[in-house]
Design a protein around this ligand. Structure first.
Ligand SMILES: *Cc1c(COP(=O)(O)O)cnc(C)c1O
Length: 495
């Protein structure tokens, strides 16, 4: 299977798409077509464990990887790294509502599902396509990607990783997770700006010919671990396929019966992976796209206009505080049936005017599959309380946004189709916002006392990767202006 670009035509292998991360014209790599899962393959998948399911799904997209390579990649990523045999187990809220828990990995957020696998895919891809160079992974993070990428890539030979995060845009725990990261190939730097500044800075540096040449002269080449990299997207398809198989196996769905998927969305990567699963034959009815107060995607799905000229809010779900949803570009490409000239025009308009509008027929196509909704911090807190009080189940602030939006969706549409909600982080990662939802007494002041209190009140264990974080040494204290990111990179790499 070949890969092409959203803004211009290419015909490259999956290895090359993964090694390069982003196309030279600024577009994203997409598969030329969607591979199908046959009925007999789905029957077989139902009986498989997660790793076997992963291998089958990956083999459909990564056609230049051998079976034994995929076997090694999947074992390296998912065997022994998650605190559950199934890295993506379902939790039943009621017979029509399930949480897909994606936070059992080493950094307690769903990005582990992709970022534990990506280093294995990327090092093999790079060896095939650019064997003489070391890879430099640049990451812009709203909190969770940074740590998950650091954990995945730490001490991987032939790779260096540099992570930028918004100084005031991540939770205290997220910050500590990153600044205490060990490894001889890692650096972490705060920037004075928000996530979009970090992401735009990284994107510009990626496509800056002078930077690329300087790196190349020094035996280095950039790649990306952000969800613009197809190697981030493909592992996420697996858990939607796996969730469907688990529902079939448990008799909660009949073969071919449709279900809804709700995803708390920021960069549109996680929800797009669900779309890819549907294109492969998984019977999804609606994609419920849940946003926080930064409701740019809700507005887009409702009106067809994507407009980033608006106030930016810091919310209790910081990993969704995003105004430029990178992966939406891939969705546009698919909605426009692969017309890259149209996509390039929209992206140009976004860059120049900060907005674009899709045509009425494209909007109708989008709305036939998507429903967009949003909620504020208060509603998210209420959703956490309600889930805990009524079901004795704990969820984090991001997942809570999806929980609330699903309730809105059901009220407004009357559609009570079985719904799988992506549960994207451990509640402990966002404990200062979660605790007040489940405990009305006096709040402890210290971040780690809050975590302990949350454990005591909810009678749930503190995830091992977060316990003891406060006792680890802070190793990374850099902070730069957003205009100094390139300088920081050169200083780090060429020292
Ligand atoms: C990254 C993240 C999201 C948003 O995912 P996208 O793929 O960017 O839409 C939601 N919740 C949590 C906890 C995250 O870390």
């Amino acid at each position: 299977m070949n890969y092409t670009g959203t803004r211009g035509k290419y015909a490259i292998s999956s290895s090359e798409a993964i090694a390069r991360g982003i196309a030279s014209d600024g577009g994203l790599f997409v598969p030329e077509s969607f591979p199908a899962l046959s009925d007999s393959e789905i029957n077989a998948l139902v009986e498989m464990n997660y790793c076997e399911r992963a291998k089958l799904v990956l083999s459909k997209y990564l056609t230049d990887f051998s079976a034994s390579e995929l076997d090694d990649c999947v074992k390296g990523a998912y065997c022994g790294t998650f605190d559950d045999d199934n890295p993506a187990p379902l939790r039943e809220v009621d017979s029509k509502t399930f949480l897909l828990d994606l936070w059992h990995g080493p950094t307690c957020a769903f990005k582990d599902l992709a970022l534990q696998l990506l280093p294995h895919l990327l090092t093999r891809s790079a060896k095939r396509t650019m064997s003489d160079k070391d890879i430099v992974i640049l990451v812009a993070t709203s909190g969770d990607t940074g740590k998950a990428a650091l954990d995945g890539f730490a001490d991987v030979p032939g790779v260096k990783i540099i992570v930028f995060y918004p100084e005031n845009g991540v939770s205290a725990i997220q910050k500590l997770q990153m600044t205490t990261q060990t490894g001889n190939n890692v650096s972490v730097c705060a920037i004075k700006g928000n996530f979009d500044d970090a992401q735009t800075g990284v994107k510009n540096i990626f496509s800056d010919p002078e930077m690329i040449k300087t790196l190349s002269d020094n035996g280095l080449v950039f790649s990306s671990a952000n969800s613009i990299n197809f190697g981030r997207l493909v592992p996420q398809i697996i858990y939607y396929v796996s969730a469907y198989c688990d529902l079939l196996k448990a008799g909660k769905l009949a073969p071919g019966e449709k279900f809804n998927v709700a995803v708390p969305t920021g960069n549109f990567g996680n929800i797009l992976a669900a779309v890819y699963a549907k294109r492969m034959g998984i019977p999804v009815n609606k994609f419920i796209c849940a946003s926080n107060k930064n409701r740019i995607l809700t507005d887009f799905i409702r009106t067809g206009t994507y407009d980033r000229n608006r106030e930016f809010y810091l919310t209790s779900s910081p990993s969704m505080d995003i105004l430029i949803s990178s992966n939406l570009e891939r969705m546009l490409y698919h909605l426009y049936d692969g017309n890259c000239a149209e996509v390039a025009k929209l992206m140009d308009s976004l860059k120049k005017e900060g907005k674009y509008t899709v045509s009425a027929d494209i909007l109708a196509k989008l709305q036939s599959e998507f429903w967009g909704g949003f909620c504020d911090d208060e509603a998210a807190e209420k959703a956490i309380s309600k889930l805990f009080n009524e079901k004795n189940m704990l969820c984090d602030t991001h997942t809570a946004v999806a929980v609330d939006v699903v309730e809105q969706y059901r009220k407004e549409t009357g559609d009570d189709t079985l719904c799988v909600m992506a549960s994207t982080a451990s509640a402990y990662k966002f404990a200062p916002a979660v605790l007040p939802a489940v405990f009305k007494g006096e709040m402890p002041e210290d971040g780690f006392q809050i975590i302990e209190k949350l454990s005591e009140v909810t009678n749930t264990p503190i995830p091992a990767p977060l316990a003891g974080l406060d006792k680890r040494e802070v190793l990374h204290k850099n902070c730069v202006e957003k205009s100094q990111m390139a300088e920081f990179i050169l200083k780090t790499l060429l020292k």
